[in-house]
Design a protein around this ligand. Structure first.
Ligand SMILES: Cc1cc2nc3c(=O)[nH]c(=O)nc-3n(C[C@H](O)[C@H](O)[C@H](O)COP(=O)(O)OP(=O)(O)OC[C@H]3O[C@@H](n4cnc5c(N)ncnc54)[C@H](O)[C@@H]3O)c2cc1C
Length: 367
């Protein structure tokens, strides 16, 4: 652990980067923790290839983009160009980003928070949670598989390995196509990408289907497993964690009997691409106060959903810990000055993440 930061920011999306730019401009010591290999990993993981990025400003806001460095061009450029623009900007400004490092939790109290990651611990006065809204779902099976939102880092690590990708949507299809391509282009790789979906029908859009079809026609080693259910995580006799996935071969055989055929993969060769969930469980883990919605108090969130409580500075119930951007969209519970709590709409847009960053850094600077 080295020195003390004024602010540690979790996530290098538009919100986290804007907070860092504003903090650095004001002479504050800051650090960004990013679990992905790239700046803007959240956007890289979730936008379809070539998607145009819009600099949308919600109607209820009147101010222009407060941090122009992260504003998408008015020409609505494809996501690849936007990510490149931001990457160059962050390199030119030498923004302090630690890539491939995952935030795990917090200890301590204001003003001495210990930010725990999988690589170390950082002492900080303030913490900004800017980790977006797309947390990959776990399989929920013993010996957890790797989970990804959309893109697979280091596909070359899977050369020479039979790999199982689980999931029936565009994200899984993209992962399958990229793994197949890297295997096909490698010399002497006769292993396959097994693509399993719990249902009969895969749900992918036309562009993704075209890319995948092209990959298959070019000789990709893709084996499709329909109606395949990831069933048991087990440790084999060599001590290797494995996943058993089965397909029904014979429906009911009478007397409650079923016959299955299945395959077993080492967990380290399994990639689950089964959607994402919001950050509520992470807020729970950090002991941040949330309120469960009822029809009477929530118009945007559904009954039973839990919303983070924030004051007008986007500060949580723990002093010095803030949450911004996608992590608090599409709504949060705002504690109005007079102590009244109300659901506050918060569009999941680049603009709102940037405005949030300004609100938080202004508050930190006021102290
Ligand atoms: C398909 C799609 C299209 C969109 N198009 C537009 C558009 O055209 N215009 C627009 O304004 N908005 C658009 N949006 C919304 C916009 O992308 C989001 O509002 C914005 O990215 C939110 O920024 P953020 O910084 O809060 O979070 P994100 O951009 O999600 O960034 C969060 C970062 O935190 C990292 N992270 C997550 N967990 C951890 C952890 N535990 N440790 C360390 N790092 C972590 C992630 O890897 C990620 O890089 C779109 C969204 C989607 C899904």
């Amino acid at each position: 652990m080295s020195g003390k930061y004024d602010v540690v920011i979790i996530g290098s999306g538009p919100g986290g980067l804007s907070a860092a730019i504003l903090a650095v401009n004001s002479g504050k010591q800051c650090l960004i923790i990013e679990k992905g290999a790239h700046t803007m990993q959240g956007i890289i993981d979730t936008y379809p290839k070539g998607k145009k990025v819009y600099p949308t400003i919600p109607k209820s806001y009147t101010d222009p983009f407060p941090v122009l460095e992260v504003k998408p061009s008015d020409d609505k450029v494809p996501v690849e160009a936007y990510v490149e623009q931001i990457r160059n900007m962050s390199l030119e400004r030498d923004l302090p980003i630690r890539h491939n490092e995952e935030f795990l939790g917090l200890e301590g109290e204001y003003p001495d928070y210990l930010v725990k990651t999988d690589k170390g611990t950082y002492l900080s006065h303030h913490v900004i949670l800017a980790f977006g809204s797309n947390i990959p779902n776990d399989l929920g099976i013993y010996g957890e598989a790797k989970t990804v939102a959309r893109n697979i880092e280091n596909p070359q690590d899977y050369i020479g390995i039979n790999v199982l990708v689980i999931g029936g949507g565009n994200a899984a299809a993209d992962v399958v196509a990229s793994l197949s391509k890297i295997k096909r282009e490698a010399e002497d790789d006769s292993t396959s990408v097994f693509w399993a979906h719990i249902k009969e029908k895969f749900e992918i859009n036309t562009d993704t289907a075209r890319d995948l079809g092209e990959e298959i026609l070019l000789g990709g080693h893709i084996k499709i497993l329909q109606r395949a259910v990831p069933k048991i995580g087990e440790v084999d006799e060599d001590g290797v964690d494995r996943l058993y996935i089965h397909q029904t071969t014979t429906a009911g055989m009478g007397n409650d009997l079923y016959m299955y055929q299945g395959m077993s993969f080492p967990m380290k060769n399994v990639i689950a691409c089964i959607g994402t969930h919001g950050p509520s469980a992470i807020f729970d883990g950090l002991d941040l106060q949330q309120i469960t919605c009822t029809g009477a108090i929530c118009k945007i969130a559904k009954e039973g959903e839990r919303l983070l409580m924030l004051n007008r500075h986007l500060e949580t119930n723990k002093k010095g810990i803030y949450a911004i951007g996608g992590a608090i969209s599409p709504s949060y519970m705002e504690i109005a000055q007079e102590g009244v709590i109300r659901e506050k709409k918060h569009s999941n847009l680049i603009y709102t993440a940037v405005v949030d960053a300004q609100i938080v850094i202004d508050h930190i600077l006021e102290e």
